[in-house]
Design a binder for this molecule. Structure first.
Ligand code: C2E
Ligand code: MG
Ligand code: MG
Length: 630
């Protein structure tokens, strides 16, 4: 606890007045204790004591107290001067009395520095100085002609000279202080503007971080409520930005209503707000609940009634994060979970659930920039003949390396890109890049290597998909026969009629079609007969099951056998995906499977390494039994 050692000093002034009064009582020998002093000092003592007590109890009242003190004491000593000059009984020595009055003047002038209202301070010293001067001049005018006491005139001159010097010095100091205060307040205005969100008047992101960092440095516990309005984008898009802005302003007003010194509201961006609840995080859920109800009240904006609700995520310092960034991120993730599970609710951050969702969100966000930032590249996995190991085609696979997330697997980001539609530009990029690469190989070696490109259902059902393919081939000057499109069964079955037309068009172009992950989708075999399909890729789970007896190897075996049988009837190629062991390879070869792909043969590799596998012609070393590449 801070020791407030300065407080007792407040009583120095009343103590001095008391000392003077006591001194007067014992001042018999000099006989200078005037009737004014007998009344004036007790009055001064009580006044100073009262003001000191007020200041002791209410330190915030310092402005009013100091101003009252300066004016009251000035009046007291001015009265004393008037008394000395005009009313003092003959027996007293005026000069001596005036010296005593001198004593207080510097103290009062200095005190006026502390009047925070600078005009008040300036007025105090001007009034004080002018009145002293006026009283002196009046005295001199009165005694002129008579025989004035030389000593009194001399003392008056001294008093006013000293007073004048002090007045000039005080005014100079006050002027300087005024200038300084003005520049400080200009600085504060700029700072305030920099820290304020202009639309809503709430503290902005920067200020929120500052407030949190201060609390963290003081080890002060607090809860962070991350508030995101549900469906705000829709309001902005349908009713316009003016109404959107009004809604945001009204939301801010509601957030500010809870005036509490343990509460701090700010706007992060768009429709995202943050409320900090200090010292008692248990209160935070209660506050969040109140806010949720309050924010759900309809907003009237420009004649429209806007209904908004909010999703609130909460994180607590120090339990859920050690810095402001992390606390915001975690509360944001909890909020995101609320959104995922139906909006209009509150949730506290939970590491296990929310961090998984947080990663999904990070990936989704990072994906928006990834293509323009050239973070993708393609790798190629050879597909070879199981008889002799000769590489027949290369499957292109997308790879993404994000600067902070690191490599993100296709299995993780492709489904996200599929849900938010980013797969469309991404897939188009992959298609074009694969065609360009195949062109480069032709230019370098004269060999037309078939590249097999994965196409998502969403991309495939775009009306201009076939055109996209035509253009990619045209731009790369690649023969259509060097391109194969891999589609999953679900993609084919989803909108069979549309897909059928596109497949026929692609066939006319000369592009080959493969069904990827066969066996995991509909497995309606009829479409194999009706559609222009060239190749079936048996899903790796069946290949895996072949060598793992516990997981129904008979079923996997029967399915692979059946698929190979049908494929041979329909003259389709069969590729076994995900071959990882010699045993699987042997079994597949015995079953009569044409082609295979898998880590055991060759993992996905960069373009140059992929070309080498093609040029080496076989993935099996000369002799016989295949051995894996590294
Ligand atoms: P997919 O088309 O079935 O691709 C085969 C996946 O199996 C690849 O995973 C490949 O690296 C992996 N793989 C290859 N050999 C083995 C093996 O022996 N064992 C095991 N366990 N896995 C093996 P990847 O690259 O992670 O891709 C996953 C999926 O992402 C792909 O499955 C495909 O559906 C999708 N994908 C990849 N690139 C693209 C693309 O450019 N466009 C689209 N639309 N989807 C893509
Ligand atoms: Mg594939
Ligand atoms: Mg596959």
């Amino acid at each position: 606890m801070e020791i407030e050692w300065r407080r007792p000093l407040l009583f120095a002034l009343p103590a001095a007045a008391l000392a003077f009064f006591i001194g007067i009582q014992f001042d018999g020998p000099s006989g200078q204790a005037t009737p004014f002093d007998q009344i004036g000092y007790p009055v001064a003592f009580s006044l100073l004591l009262t003001l000191s007590l007020v200041l002791w109890k209410r330190p915030a009242r310092v402005n009013a107290v100091v101003t009252a003190l300066v004016f009251a004491m000035s009046s007291l000593f001015l009265s004393k001067l008037v008394f000395i000059l005009f009313f003092i009984p003959q027996s007293y020595q005026v000069q001596l009395e005036m010296t005593e009055t001198f004593f207080w003047i510097p103290a009062l002038q200095i005190l006026s520095f502390f009047i925070p209202n600078l005009r008040g301070a300036r007025n105090a010293s001007t009034i004080f100085f002018s009145l002293f001067l006026l009283v002196s001049v009046m005295y001199l005018l009165q005694v002129i002609g008579s025989q004035p006491s030389q000593g009194t005139v001399y003392a008056l001159l001294q008093l006013n000279l000293a007073n004048g010097v002090l007045f000039i010095v005080t005014s100079a100091f006050i002027g300087f202080k005024e200038k300084y205060v003005r520049s400080i307040s200009a600085y504060e205005t700029v700072r305030e503007l920099l820290d304020t969100d202009l639309l809503t008047g709430l503290p902005n992101r920067q200020r929120l971080h500052e407030v949190m960092n201060t609390a963290i440095s003081e080890q002060r516990t607090f809860a962070l409520l991350f508030i995101d309005l549900d469906g705000f984008k829709l309001i902005n898009d349908t009713l316009g930005h003016v109404i959107g802005d009004r809604a945001l302003q009204e939301t801010s007003r509601r957030l500010q209503k809870l005036e509490d010194q343990h509460y701090f509201a700010g706007r992060l961006s768009g429709d995202e707000f943050v409320v900090l609840v200090f010292d008692d995080p248990t209160k935070a859920s209660q506050i969040a609940q109140t806010l949720l109800t309050d924010l759900a009240r309809p907003i009237v904006a420009e004649g429209h009634i806007v209904h908004l609700t909010a999703s609130i995520g909460m994180s607590v310092y120090p339990d859920d994060g050690s810095d402001s960034q992390q606390l915001i991120q975690h509360a944001d993730s909890a909020m995101y979970t609320v959104k995922t599970f139906g909006k209009n609710g509150i949730r506290r951050f939970e590491l296990a659930t929310d961090s998984a969702i947080e990663r999904l969100k990070q990936i989704e966000h990072a994906l928006t920039q990834a293509l323009t930032c050239q973070q993708f590249h393609l790798v190629y996995q050879p597909i070879c003949s199981l008889d002799d190991g000769v590489v027949r085609k290369l499957e292109t696979l997308l790879r993404w390396t994000h600067p902070t997330l690191g490599p993100v697997s296709a299995a993780e980001f492709i489904p996200i890109a599929e849900t938010n539609g980013q797969i469309i530009p991404l897939g188009e990029w992959a298609l074009r890049a694969a065609c360009q690469q195949a062109r480069e190989w032709i230019d370098r070696t004269g060999l037309a290597v078939t590249v097999s490109v994965n196409v998502s259902p969403l991309q495939f059902t775009q009306v201009n998909f076939v055109n996209q393919v035509r253009q990619a081939l045209g731009d790369a000057r690649l023969p259509a026969s060097a391109l194969e499109i891999e589609l999953t069964e679900s993609a084919v079955m989803r909108r069979l009629e549309v897909v059928k037309a596109s497949l026929h068009e692609l066939q006319r172009l000369g592009v080959r079609i493969a069904i990827d992950d066969f066996g995991t989708g509909y497995s309606s075999l009829a479409y194999l007969r009706d559609l222009p399909i060239n190749c079936i890729k048996i899903d790796q789970t069946f290949i895996h099951d072949l060598s793992t007896p516990r997981r129904a190897p008979q079923f996997a075996l029967a399915l692979i056998e059946a698929v190979i049988g049908i494929a041979s009837t329909l003259s389709l190629q069969v590729v076994a995906e995900g071959i990882e062991t010699q045993k699987q390879l042997d079994m597949l070869r015995d079953l009569g499977c044409d082609l295979g792909q898998g880590y055991f043969l060759c993992p996905p590799v960069a373009a140059d390494a992929a070309l080498e596998t093609v040029l080496a012609s076989t993935l099996f070393p000369p002799g016989s039994s295949p051995t894996p590449l590294d």
